[in-house]
Design a protein around this ligand. Structure first.
Ligand SMILES: NC(=O)c1ccc[n+]([C@@H]2O[C@H](COP(=O)([O-])OP(=O)(O)OC[C@H]3O[C@@H](n4cnc5c(N)ncnc54)[C@H](OP(=O)(O)O)[C@@H]3O)[C@@H](O)[C@H]2O)c1
Length: 282
């Protein structure tokens, strides 16, 4: 078997096309465009690259991206004060906090300070709690990207065995919630899992986001499985995911590449969420 390779760039382009149209319609109705601000602390190179790509995508669809940049040494209190100002600014329709943050800052504290209606990443406990309850309002962008890819491929989720390799608050846990909301049987595995292969080998759908190159090899994957590789790993040979792509493409039924798979769809899903927060603010 040779897996169908999912073209994330194509899916993202379709989403952006729909968003452009929606921004045009909203502009002619309300005479404003969505205006979003990203808070960035320090100078992490992968954050810089991601933000450049996302700002470009924003501009392409007519969303206005702004940045509030702080040096690595800024105090948590100063950033919290800025969040309060952005929450109260009626001309700001969405706020994002770029991770990672320096060690002296608590991401939870900053995310909890966001006005939930302006929380583009859907990570404020109010939005995460709603997602868990099945009331999916603003869903975190990466899990939404995984779901978008599955839906784009018309994948039946009910009763399917899904394994997620990642239990972070912004990837693994909300992805599990989205799939449980659709009646899949979900296992979430991580570094403390005793026998990773035991789970992955039985997965109809395998979603992996460990950030470990070649963690998932041919023998870890069930025949005809849908394998979604969320990870982005920088190596001396360039960017790759968790999956040993060359060997797995002979086993899996469908497979997302890195780069060009989940990443572009995540950026497009971030734009989708910007439209949601904009509408919340109207
Ligand atoms: N494509 C996209 O749009 C997108 C978006 C976000 C993130 N990412 C990528 O996804 C990856 C994960 O991001 P993250 O922020 O969630 O990172 P993270 O917080 O470090 O989470 C990594 C997860 O993988 C688990 N893990 C690590 N090594 C493992 C191993 N050898 N076996 C089993 N589980 C293992 C960790 O378990 P423990 O917590 O127990 O250590 C943790 O649950 C990164 O490569 C990141 O660049 C991609």
């Amino acid at each position: 078997m040779t897996a169908k390779i999912i073209d994330g760039r194509k899916i993202a382009a379709e989403i952006r096309k729909n968003i452009s149209k929606e921004v045009e319609d909203l502009k002619s109705k309300y005479n404003t465009v969505p205006n979003v601000t990203t808070i960035k602390v320090g100078d992490d190179p992968s954050s810089n690259l991601y933000l450049r790509l996302r700002d470009k995508a924003c501009e392409e669809v007519g969303i206005k991206p702004n940045r509030l940049e702080f040096p690595e040494t800024v105090s948590e209190k100063e950033v919290l004060n800025s969040i309060t100002k952005l929450n109260n600014d009626k001309n700001v329709h969405g706020i994002l906090i770029q991770l990672p943050l320096p060690a002296h800052m608590s991401p939870d504290k900053l995310i909890n300070a966001l006005d939930p209606k302006k929380d583009v990443e859907g990570l404020n406990p109010c939005n995460l709690g709603k997602t868990l309850n099945g009331d999916e309002q603003i869903v975190p962008c990466t899990p939404l990207s995984v779901l978008t890819i599955l839906e784009h491929e018309k994948t039946k989720l009910e009763g399917k065995d899904v394994v997620i390799v990642n239990h972070s608050n912004h990837v693994g846990k909300p992805t599990a919630a989205l799939l449980l909301n659709r009646n899949a049987t979900v296992s979430v595995v991580h570094v403390f899992t005793k026998d990773l292969k035991h789970y992955t080998k039985n997965a109809d759908i395998l979603i992996t986001a460990a950030g470990v190159a070649n963690l998932i090899k041919k023998e870890n994957v069930k025949n005809n499985a849908f394998v979604i590789d969320v990870a982005i790993v920088s190596t001396k040979d360039g960017i790759c995911g968790d999956v040993d792509f060359e060997s797995i493409k002979d086993v899996a039924g469908k497979l997302t590449p890195v780069p060009g798979g989940v990443g572009p769809v995540t950026i497009a899903c971030s734009l989708k969420n910007m439209i949601k927060t904009y509408k919340n603010c109207l």
